[in-house]
Each structure stands twice: as structure tokens, then as C-alpha cells.
Design a protein around this ligand. Structure first.
Ligand SMILES: Nc1ncnc2c1ncn2[C@@H]1O[C@H](COP(=O)(O)OP(=O)(O)O)[C@@H](O)[C@H]1O
Ligand SMILES: [Mg+2]
Length: 254
């Protein structure tokens, strides 16, 4: 379980203090997903970085399975906006890297790794370098890397935003399959309403410029079969878009 209570984050410089997040409270149950949606600059990446333990200076409480977040104790799978692959390492080494750091390499099950690469369709790419891959292939490698960690929590920062619509939907399906298999509590940041509806059991809408949550929505469609074809999916995306538009327009008018 990920439990965030009254989280506030301020970025301080010599002359200025900027409040990026203020009074955020969220709970993601074991094996649940939360999609976080919000406009550029509203604090989505800041939220993930706090849960990843990368911003230690915050107010409030952030716990994973009842303990304060601590990347030394918990295994945190973080897929950053730019995939986070090391250009000087091969695909295979990139995927193994996190495993090497977090776990005893002797315990590493090569079959798990092979199977994961096969499921992601990258089994033939192990010896290539990231710059020898297409954007979609790099995403697959980055996905293999976070899942290979077998993390306690998974944090995804707009991982599919740069992809064309068809490839994005394909990656969403691959992601869901793996997520079901590994059953890991996940926060998925996106700026696409359809992606939030497809991947989030709950959806948190962040406000445009106040750094807090404007709405948390239970997603009744999550997990259904072929929901993208369901008229209800279309209706819900429209509804959600209107909620967001209203909220974000108001914020700009204030
Ligand atoms: N290291 C930093 N120092 C100062 N301000 C920052 C820093 N990182 C982010 N910000 C600011 O905090 C706000 C939220 O940023 P971010 O979490 O990256 O938003 P999002 O991911 O939703 O686009 C933005 O206004 C951004 O300019
Ligand atoms: Mg961001």
C-alpha cells in the first residue's frame, strides 16, 4: 500500500519559495493503480519523485507498506519521463542493472528475464545500445527494466506520451498484462484522459496551479474487456474532459 498524507513540497531558491504541491492525500491499496492526470507544471513529476525517495525535503507523510519511504529499504520501480536508459550500456545490461543493484545477482532468475524480454518482443535486441532502437523499443526496454526489479511499488511518469496513438495503446495493453502478473501498487502519471481511464482504478485530477487534488474518481470501467470500444468509455472520457476543462479554466481565471 502507498499512503500519502497531507504532502506539501516547496522548491526553494535564494530569492524564492515555490509551492509545487500542497496538502495532497492519497491511498493506493496493495496491487492497485492510481492514474494521476493534470496539466503541465501542476506537480505530477514532483509527486512521483517524492514517492520514489528522490525529494527527501517535504512536509507530511509518505509511506510504503506502513514504513516511511526509503529507497534503501524498499524496491521502487521508477520509469522517468525520458525512460532513464543508460546510453553506454546494452539493452541487456540496462535491464539487469537495477536488479544488480537491488538484489543479489546470484538470485537473479535468468529465465524470468528472458521471459520478460520475450513478452515485450525485445528478445533479439539484448546486445544493441539504446540509440540503436526506435522510441517504441526503448519504451519496451524501460518497461522490462522496471518490472525486472520486481518492485514493491511502480511509478510511471508519462511513459507513453511520446508515442503515436496506436503504439501507445499497444504499450498500455502490454503494461496492463505485466501489471496484472506482478500485482504491484502503481501510480501512473499521464496527461491523456483515455490513458487515465484505461489504466487507473482510481483517477486523481490535479489542479492547474494550486498544487492540490481537485477530484478523485473511482473508475467503474477499469479491468473490463475491450473497454476502449465500450460507448461508456467514450461517455466517461467526455465527462472527465469536461470536469478537467472546467477545473483548469477556473484555475487560470483566478
Ligand atoms: N528543481 C526544481 N526547482 C524549482 N522549481 C521546480 C523544480 N522542479 C519543478 N519545479 C517547478 O514545480 C512545478 C511542478 O513541476 P513538475 O512536478 O515537473 O510538474 P509536471 O510534471 O506536472 O509537469 C513547475 O512549476 C516547475 O517549474
Ligand atoms: Mg512531469
Amino acid at each position: 500500500m502507498i499512503s500519502i498524507e497531507n504532502l506539501s513540497v516547496k522548491y526553494k531558491s535564494d530569492s524564492d519559495v515555490y509551492t509545487a504541491l500542497s496538502g495532497i492525500s492519497l491511498v493506493i491499496p496493495d496491487g492497485g493503480t492510481l492514474a494521476v492526470i493534470g496539466p503541465s507544471g501542476c506537480g505530477k513529476s514532483t509527486l512521483l519523485k517524492v514517492v520514489a525517495g528522490l525529494i527527501p525535503d517535504f512536509e507530511g507523510s509518505v509511506q510504503i507498506s506502513g514504513e516511511d519511504v526509503n529507497p534503501k529499504k524498499q524496491t521502487i520501480g521508477f520509469m522517468p519521463q525520458n525512460y532513464g536508459l543508460l546510453p553506454w550500456r546494452t539493452v541487456y545490461d540496462n535491464i539487469r542493472l537495477g536488479m544488480k543493484i537491488k538484489r543479489d545477482p546470484e538470485l537473479l532468475d535468468r529465465n524470468v528475464l528472458k521471459k520478460l524480454m520475450r513478452q515485450l518482443g525485445i528478445e533479439g535486441l539484448g546486445h544493441r545500445y539504446p540509440n540503436e532502437l526506435s522510441g517504441g523499443q526503448q519504451q519496451r526496454v524501460a518497461l522490462a527494466r522496471v518490472f525486472a526489479l520486481q518492485p514493491d511499488v511502480l511509478l510511471m511518469d508519462e511513459p507513453f506520451s511520446a508515442l503515436d496513438a496506436i503504439t501507445r495503446e499497444e504499450m498500455q495493453d502490454i503494461f496492463l498484462r505485466l501489471w496484472r502478473k506482478f500485482n504491484v501498487s502503481t501510480i501512473f502519471v499521464t496527461h491523456y484522459v483515455e490513458e487515465a481511464l484505461y489504466l487507473g482504478q482510481k483517477i486523481a485530477v490535479l489542479s492547474a496551479n494550486t498544487g492540490n487534488i481537485s477530484k478523485i474518481i473511482d473508475n467503474p470501467l477499469f479491468g473490463g474487456k475491450d473497454i476502449r470500444q465500450d460507448p461508456e468509455f467514450f461517455a466517461m472520457s467526455l465527462k472527465l474532459k469536461n470536469v478537467i476543462k472546467k477545473d483548469w479554466n477556473q484555475a487560470w481565471e483566478n
